[in-house]
Ligand binder design. Structure first.
Ligand code: GLC
Ligand code: CA
Length: 515
């Protein structure tokens, strides 16, 4: 386990929207290098970069055309090297995004695979044995290659699935077992790509759709085995490099697959969703909502088991948002956002802050889809730096920007939020600072439930000598709590402790020292 994860707080950067240094309207690697001080100033000491590889950008770069080449629009390998060097000199770490499940259909491997003529890449993707074979349970692209067969896609139509074989082979005419040499060759090709960048100096990867490798693998047994093997390679040759999975199943990813971290994703109705983003027939039933109609128990039932079973092996990663879902501001008002951050950054695990969430950037609903973003586009708009042209993102003319900047008169920017009392920025940076200062609030310190009852508020938990209380509802609440408040560490709103009970006012949060 890389030691630096103990104190890691990540910042996710969507590179095309962060900072443009050459006025072409698209964020670039040099821009990230220039803004490292800003990221560090937030308290974030690690970064996850969305894909920066050469790509036709049908899915914003998650359609890789050349795994080993930096996309020209972001700069070149020297720029990446400079970014890594500077980050390392600041004691920061950088993860690239690894897309193991599919490539772009313009990738040279696929260009060979779709030919009638056999080659080393014939089995790199999943083709049926002839075009008339098209079982409807598979997402197949039919009749568009010279090769007599249809191919399986993993996500969009332009993203053919790489072939790691099938755990249960139901159509032996075309499905390879997961231990077939060609399936193994795909896993070796993946490891080769990883080694390339790890040797280059990156600090690990966020792994896209990590559970999608072996097909017909419902329990993800063979998929986890591939990651175990990857982990062995890392432990042996890159012990300081880290892997975080887009999986949302810590028992499978951390325990079985050997991932160091697993994202707690927003899957409608799961623990994360019911905390922060749970709309039921238009009604907000999230726990983090002033309406107070939330139920913490959905989260606790899921989280506590996962936490107990994986806490000695890896970290569950809370995130304020990511590039795939509406920003928190779409669901929560500013008070509630602050409380949600206070909770996420005082829970165990390795937390992730999505760029712009420290400002309360808006989810822009009015945009036309960009590069396969569709409903996700509104969370991918340019970072808002200051009041200058294009909110300081770029010096290109506004119509050349990757996406328009927030046109609202009151759009939050780093400039207008940084020193503002009571801002989301002030709150989240304060909490992250405490997390670094107080070891018992940090990533692998113990967690214990104090109070979390079905349909009730508050949620309260212990981190070592500290007790944390959060009441996102619009009502004052009181619970029995027979411990003494020795020291007040942090408060949002109002909270009182008299040695018998804890009174947490509406929309309030507190951390107290009790031991
Ligand atoms: C992941 C990424 C998403 C991408 C998809 C396909 O979910 O986060 O942005 O479109 O995988 O690669
Ligand atoms: Ca640029």
């Amino acid at each position: 386990m890389p030691n630096w994860l103990k104190d890691a707080v990540f910042y996710e950067i969507y590179p095309q929207s962060f900072y443009d240094t050459n006025a072409d309207g698209i964020g670039d690697l040099k821009g990230i290098t220039e803004k490292l001080d800003y990221v560090k100033g937030l308290g974030c000491n690690a970064i996850w970069l969305n894909p920066i590889y050469d790509s036709p950008f049908m899915d914003a770069g998650y359609d890789v055309r050349d795994h080993k080449k930096v996309a020209a629009r972001y700069g070149n390998e020297d720029d990446l090297k400079a970014l890594l060097d500077k980050a390392h000199s600041m004691n920061m770490h950088i993860l690239l995004d690894l897309v193991p499940g599919h490539t772009s259909d313009t990738h040279p491997w696929f260009q060979e695979a779709k030919k009638a003529k056999k080659s080393e890449f014939t089995n790199r993707y999943i083709f049926t044995n002839c075009v008339w074979e098209a079982p409807p349970e598979y997402r197949l692209m039919c009749g568009i290659c010279e090769r007599d067969g249809n191919y399986l896609v993993n996500y969009f139509s332009s993203q053919p699935a790489l072939n790691y074989g099938f755990y249960e082979v139901t159509h032996p005419q075309w499905q390879l077992p997961h231990d077939h040499p060609s399936a193994k060759a795909s896993a070796e090709a993946l490891k080769d790509v990883m080694r390339h960048w790890l040797d280059f100096g990156v600090d690990g990867f966020r792994v896209d759709m990590a559970d999608s490798l072996v097909k017909n693998d419902d329990e993800k047994i063979a998929t986890a085995a591939i990651w175990r093997d990857v982990r062995e390679m890392m432990d042996k040759d890159y012990p300081d490099a880290a892997l975080v999975s887009e999986w949302c199943n810590p028992q499978r990813s951390i325990k079985n697959g050997g991932f160091h971290m697993d994202f707690y994703l927003d899957h409608y109705g799961n623990g994360y969703s019911t905390l922060f983003r749970y709309l039921v027939d238009g009604e907000n039933k999230s726990f983090f909502c002033k309406d107070g109609k939330g139920d913490i128990s959905t989260f606790l039932d899921e989280y506590l088991v996962n936490y107990e079973r994986t806490k000695d092996l890896g970290y569950i990663s809370f995130m304020t948002n990511n590039h795939d879902m509406p920003r928190g501001t779409f669901y929560m008002d500013d008070d509630t956002i602050k409380l949600s951050h206070a909770m996420m950054f005082t829970m165990p695990g390795v937390p992730f802050l999505y760029y712009g969430d420290e400002l309360g950037m808006r989810y822009q609903t009015e945009l036309v889809s960009k590069e396969g973003g569709f409903s996700r586009t509104g969370s991918r708009t340019p970072m808002q730096w200051d009041s200058s042209e294009n909110l300081g993102f770029s010096q290109a003319s506004a119509d050349k920007l990757y996406l328009p900047v927030d046109g609202n008169e009151n759009a939050p920017t780093v400039e207008n939020q940084k020193n503002k009392k009571g801002s989301i920025y002030e709150n989240v940076t304060n909490i992250i600072k405490l997390r670094h200062e107080i070891p018992q609030l940090a990533n692998d310190s113990e967690f214990e439930l104090i109070y979390g009852e079905k349909n009730k508020y508050p949620f309260a938990y212990r981190r070592g000598d500290y007790a944390v209380f959060v009441n996102p509802s619009g009502n004052d609440v009181e619970i029995s709590f027979e411990e003494k408040e020795l020291e007040r560490i942090y408060t949002i709103g109002n909270a009182e402790f008299d040695g018998k009970s804890a009174k947490i006012s509406a929309s309030s949060f507190a951390i107290i020292k009790t031991k």
